[in-house]
Design a protein around this ligand. Structure first.
Ligand code: ZN
Length: 269
């Protein structure tokens, strides 16, 4: 059979010629895919808005010589998600997630946990969970699903267990370069030994660390307002950007926007 069906999220749309688009999709069945939606840039296209960014769609594709062609698309209209995706913070978060998945996932390799995470994220967006609270939780989940989870329970360098009170007697630090927490001893030994830009470490308080640990498995829809979510996000996004090998474009845009805005009143702790 030259046709097949997938359940997929639209991660990216690029124009192709006068009337077509190339879509980057993340599907349950085959992971990341690129496909052509013919005529989708014309007004009155038969695809309508079904192939818009971050939509979940059931697609029929026909195998092409280089790129597969989308021949059918169905999606349930979900106004609650739609309404929130136009908010700048939510759109920035979805763009960031799409960018990271596109960069870190292999084509044609199914990762069902990643697809499930996208479904959960869409549900949380639709339920009105604040984007700021979702951001650090998503970073940790993305890294976990991709097998890149930061080590938060032991020193990532020497493996010594740090227990539940890792900060007693000294300040532990997080090191994206080392893959997680580094104990005081390893951190001291590394001073001067690290080269390039890979040696940046971040001080982490006991409260922040326990929050990061909890966020690894917290259901997205259960997240309310998190105190100082922006600080947690700086820690988690440093790990994602280390894996990307560069600054995230979507994150840079979001940070520039945040910097221009007056700081919101601190949430009650
Ligand atoms: Zn150590």
């Amino acid at each position: 059979m030259k046709s097949y069906n997938v359940d997929a999220f639209v991660l990216r749309l690029r124009p192709l010629g006068e009337a077509d688009r190339i879509l980057t999709l993340f599907s349950r069945e085959r992971g990341k895919l690129h496909a052509v939606a013919k005529g989708s840039r014309r007004s009155g296209s038969r695809f309508g808005a079904r192939l818009d960014f971050f939509n979940r769609v059931s697609l029929t594709l026909h195998r092409g010589r280089s790129l597969d062609i989308i021949t059918g698309a169905q999606s349930a209209i979900d106004r609650s998600v739609w309404d929130r995706l136009v908010e700048p913070e939510t759109f920035a978060l979805a763009s960031y997630v799409a960018e990271v998945i596109d960069a870190l996932s292999e084509p044609d390799l199914a990762v069902p946990e990643l697809f499930d995470m996208l479904c959960e994220l869409r549900d949380a967006i639709g339920a009105g969970v604040p984007a700021a609270s979702l951001a650090p939780a998503i970073d940790l989940r993305l890294l976990g699903v991709l097998g890149l989870a930061p080590e938060l329970d032991a020193c990532a360098r020497c493996g010594s267990a740090l227990g539940n009170r890792p900060l007693a007697g000294g300040r532990a630090r997080l090191s994206p370069n080392s893959g997680g927490l580094v104990c005081r001893r390893c951190n001291v030994e590394d001073v001067g030994a690290l080269t390039g830009d890979g040696g940046a470490t971040f001080g982490v308080s006991a409260a922040e660390l326990s929050m990061l640990r909890a966020l690894r498995t917290a259901p997205f829809t259960a997240l309310g307002d998190i105190g100082d979510a922006a600080r947690l996000r700086r820690l988690t996004s440093a790990f994602v950007e280390y894996q990307l090998g560069r600054r995230s474009k979507a994150l840079a845009v979001a940070n520039a926007r945040t910097a221009r805005r007056p700081a919101p009143k601190a949430a009650a702790r």
